[in-house]
Ligand binder design. Structure first.
Ligand code: NAD
Length: 493
């Protein structure tokens, strides 16, 4: 094992995270994986009460480390403490609480009806833990997107090997310290490190892999899982469109879209990626968008760089990628209607709105994942729907309209992981809704019961009596068997 040095976050004050934290390397996998296999057999017998005790410990530990989590995220990409509370801690606690409240009920076998052909038998679905699970997390919500699937995996009775992103190393270390306080490595083990660590982990025959990240890496994960026929949940990204109908309340739309776009500086998987707007509404929308953005960050155009509530682009590579979208779009005919300031020394990109954006600009091809809002205009709803359907199915679709008929019209003609009418992002707050993508934006879902199911195998159990009418269909296939089969086919199935 090697020592990973954690030079503590820049914020002053004593820390409960130690200076030197031992980091697992790929060579530790061969020890931890079989140990987790053994532990997983034990956990199959764990009761709801025992799992709830673990979830409660996890919750208490998050509160204990709340300051450290805030400091780590500020250090990783200047994410403000309030935004950490809102988008990392709060949804993690909500997910844990949901499991604590409902786990006993979720774990109960579900009795289902039995066809008349099996008369006298009983049928039920039993939820069993998948076993040893791998969770790979991204950097954009590095705490929540590690903890939410972890809580689901624990609820379902699994062991977990967790790989946080290398781009948020301070958060990864806090996760490691925090989780090793509650769990032994044979139950939950955190592997810090880069792609080489992910690659080594992916060679193991896990019972389930839960991956959150980009679509291209999702394909790599799925291919690696296929070698062991491991099931996967893929929570991926994509370009989530926002359609603004003629009748939409523009001021409200602008406020909600700008909030969703500039949260985490646009580095949100379900951020409204681009806007489809009737031509006649562009000037009014841009005016409201400017007003809302300046109100949120209490800043005029030059003041955003100083505002500590507006976070940075994660690293120089992504800064280069996102800022190049502005240059490329402008070269191809777009205009910067608002913002446009960038500073490579600080990975800073100001909230930016672009108009007259052509569909062949790169900003309309790649997932933006930054604080840029391109506006594309349309003449008819069918044209807007055509633009959405010309791209891979997105993770989310947002529709702003006062007419439910318009919302239904768009929803029926498009597909997306989730959708919200008259707001953005908030569908993921309701754990009664499955959260996930479709095709290019992901496979499977989680949150609440859906998370429990993602980490469980739904096992069918049929119990039959000694007397069974199926016996009448055993060979030899006499005329009587033919009569019984014909009769059953006609009257009993
Ligand atoms: P990423 O795919 O680059 O990395 C995600 C994780 O995969 C990291 O832990 C990384 O170390 C690992 N990884 C990277 N390359 C790998 C490889 N070749 N083999 C194995 N593992 C590898 O994604 P990211 O940049 O961290 O996150 C941004 C992306 O994630 C965006 O596309 C965003 O839309 C998506 N995302 C989706 C959701 C969701 O819930 N659907 C949530 C957040 C982010």
């Amino acid at each position: 094992m090697t020592q990973a040095t954690l030079s503590q976050t820049s914020t002053a004050g004593s820390s409960i995270v130690p200076e030197n934290v031992k980091s697992f390397t790929p060579s530790d996998i061969s020890r931890i994986f079989p140990a987790q296999k053994t532990k997983a057999l034990e956990l199959r017998l764990s009761t709801a009460k025992e799992r709830i005790t673990k979830l409660k410990k996890l919750k208490a530990t998050i509160f204990k480390y709340q300051d450290e989590i805030q400091k780590a995220l500020y250090s990783d990409f200047q994410k403000s403490a309030r935004e950490v509370d809102i988008s990392e801690i709060l949804p993690s606690i909500a997910e844990i609480n949901d499991s604590i409240r409902h786990l006993k009920h979720w774990m109960r076998p579900v009795n289902v009806s039995t066809p008349q052909t099996l008369i006298g038998s009983t049928s039920k679905i039993v939820y069993e833990p998948k076993g040893v699970c791998l969770i790979i997390a991204p950097w954009n919500y590095p705490f929540h997107l590690a903890i939410a699937p972890l809580a689901a995996a624990i609820s379902a009775g699994n062991t977990v090997m967790l790989k946080p992103s290398e781009f948020t190393p301070k958060t990864a270390t806090v996760l490691k310290v925090m989780l090793s306080e509650i769990f032994s490595e044979n139950e939950v083990a955190v592997f810090e490190g880069d792609v080489s660590v992910s690659t080594a982990l992916l060679e193991q025959p896990f019972d389930h892999i839960f991956f959150t990240g980009s679509t291209p890496v999702g394909k790599i994960v799925m291919a690696a899982a296929a070698k062991n026929l491991t099931t996967v949940t893929l929570e991926l990204g994509g370009k989530s469109p926002t359609v603004v109908a003629e009748d939409a309340d523009l001021k409200l739309t602008a406020e909600r879209v700008m909030w969703g776009k500039f949260l985490n500086a646009g580095q949100t998987c379900v951020a409204p990626d681009y806007l489809l707007l009737p031509k006649s509404k562009v000037d009014a929308f841009v005016g409201y968008a400017k007003e809302a953005t300046e109100k949120f960050f209490n800043a005029k155009e030059d003041g955003f760089a100083e505002n500590r509530d507006f976070c940075r682009i994660i690293n120089n590579k992504n800064f280069g990628r996102v800022s190049s979208y502005i240059e490329d779009a402008v070269q191809k005919g777009a205009k910067v209607a608002y913002g446009g300031k960038v500073n490579g020394n600080e990975n800073f990109i100001a909230p930016t709105v672009l108009v007259d954006v052509p569909l062949h600009a790169r900003i309309m091809e790649d997932e933006i994942f930054g604080p840029l809002l391109p506006i594309v205009t349309y003449d008819s709803l069918d044209e807007a729907i055509g633009i959405i359907n010309s791209k891979p199915k997105p993770l989310a679709l947002y529709i702003f309209t006062d007419r439910s008929k318009t919302a239904k019209y768009i929803l029926k003609r498009t597909s997306s992981g989730g959708a919200v009418v008259n707001d953005v992002i908030l569908h993921l707050v309701n754990s009664n809704l499955p959260f996930g993508g479709v095709n290019h934006s992901g496979h499977g879902s989680y949150h609440g019961l859906f998370g429990f199911k993602a980490f469980s195998h739904e096992r069918s159990v049929l119990q039959t009596p000694k007397l069974s009418i199926v016996k009448m269909m055993y060979p030899p296939y006499t005329g009587f068997v033919k009569f019984i089969v014909d009769f059953t086919t006609k009257w009993f199935v």
